[in-house]
Structure formats: structure tokens, C-alpha cells
Write a protein that binds this ligand. Sequence first.
Ligand SMILES: Nc1nc2c(ncn2[C@@H]2O[C@H](COP(=O)(O)OP(=O)(O)OP(=O)(O)O)[C@@H](O)[C@H]2O)c(=O)[nH]1
Ligand SMILES: [Mg+2]
Length: 274
Amino acid sequence: MPLPLLCLNHWLHLTSPEITSASASASAPASDAPAPPAALLPPPAVTPVVATGWLHTAKFLTSAPQLQHLPTHDWPEIAFVGRSNAGKSTCINTLTQQKQLAFASKKPGRTQHINLFTLGKQGVTDAILADLPGYGYAAVPKQEKLRWQQVMANYLMSRENLRGVVMLCDPRLGLTELDEILLDVIRQRIADGLKLLVLMTKADKLTRSEAAKALSIAKLQTAGGQVQLFSAPKRIGIDEASLVLWHWAHPPGAPTQTPSQTASQAPAETPTPT
Ligand SMILES: Nc1nc2c(ncn2[C@@H]2O[C@H](COP(=O)(O)OP(=O)(O)OP(=O)(O)O)[C@@H](O)[C@H]2O)c(=O)[nH]1
Ligand SMILES: [Mg+2]
């Protein structure tokens, strides 16, 4: 299926009011209101320590060159997307506090496969992170670029248990045409409940006022969607992003996993992440 044409208007009309569960669950009932049934009570507040600790459990699961090679599973999956060199792999390594879980490189186009990582405390998998190849790398032949854009679009449109998308964006470039195409691809899924977080990476390269400006422009471009600053070396935005991801993977009322539901489908021969 061909990629939808870029339609910024579509994206600007998107209504994806991203209210974090953190802020939703923080609102306490009025003191004189009758107590809600236990099942309806908000979950206990999750601290950044819990959320970051959960992300630190990340383990490499598998690497797939094509969609059909991706394992199916029942856990919520969170995909990291963005232009080549935007900092996706670095962000995953920073959030998971592991130096080389995802392959980061100065050379754009380093990630060429879809790499999956399991998350879950005490060996009990409860979510999957996906590091996707970047798009827009000029040195890649046109045919190869188109093929990857198609793979990305297919993944984003068809991956069944995709719960959320983290889009990384270099604030010095802002959201580019390709980012907007991708946002257009997931527009319907966002309307249907897919979560979106735009991380403006490399915030350490900006002055405070440049960062504030980049942030407000990106918020306009994502129709008020959830946007935040991130920096790996300056460790900006780690707690906030970790909490968002934790809440995506643990919505209120989600069943807790049993140890038998761990990531047993990890291939016997685990390929090296690319
Ligand atoms: N200053 C700064 N540099 C960063 C940051 N995040 C990533 N980088 C650098 O940006 C370059 C690209 O980072 P990657 O994490 O490999 O980017 P990627 O988006 O995974 O790239 P592809 O795999 O090619 O799509 C590397 O040189 C990183 O060190 C950041 O927050 N601040
Ligand atoms: Mg990468």
C-alpha cells in the first residue's frame, strides 16, 4: 500500500489529548464524596524510581529485517521512531541505563533492523520496546529508502499490540516532512487510542530560550500532543519519559503477568543487534 501523501492539515486537525495517567491518577476524590469501589480506585502513584527501575530491566529479545520476521506476542509494544541520527538508540540506552543495548552511532543509518527488547521485573516480561531504523538518511539509495518507509508504515499501521510511539526529533530541525508523513500514517490509530510522545532530543545543544521555542512549535505541530525535551548526556527528561512509558504499559485494570508468561519466544540463536 503506498504511503499516504503528506497532509499537514490532517495532522494539525488531529485531536490527541495526551493526558498522562500520572496526572489523571493524581487527582484525588473529594473528601466528602462516597468512596468508589476498590476496583475503581486509582492505582497507587508510581514514582520515577519504579518507572526507571522497570526500564533498567530491558533485555535484547530479537532483531528482524522484515515485518514477517517479528515475533508476535501479547505484551504492549512501544516503538521508537524518528529520523536517522535523531538519537533513538541513545535514548533507549539512556532510559534502560545500558551502554550498548541498542546500537548508537555517529554514522547515520546504524540501525537497519527492527530490534525488540523485553521489559519486566523479576524476569516477568510485561512490555516490549522496539528500536526502529531511522528514515531520511540522504546517503541511502532511493529504492532502499522507499522500502524502509514502507516497512515502517506497515509496522505502524499493522502491529497489533503497538501501545505507544515515541517519536524522536532533533529540535534544531524540528518536525520534518518525513516526521509529518509518519504522524499522518498513525493518525487514525492515535484517534483509536495509540499513545504518542514526541521527544525533542539533544536538548543539551540548545539554549533555554531555543529549547522553549522548539518545544512550543512542536506542540503546535502535534496539535497539543505530548512533547518534552530530552538529553542523554545532560540526563534531561529521563524521569518524565520513563513515567509516561510505564503508564502506557500498565494502564489501570491491566492484568498482572504470571511468571509463565515470560518472553519464552526469544530465539535460540539470538542475532546481534544492528
Ligand atoms: N549531544 C547529544 N548527542 C546525542 C544525544 N542523543 C544522541 N546523540 C548523538 O547522536 C548520534 C546518533 O545517535 P543514535 O542514537 O545512533 O541515533 P539513531 O536515531 O538511533 O540513528 P539511526 O539508527 O541511524 O536511525 C550519536 O552520535 C549520539 O551520540 C543527545 O541527547 N545529546
Ligand atoms: Mg539507531
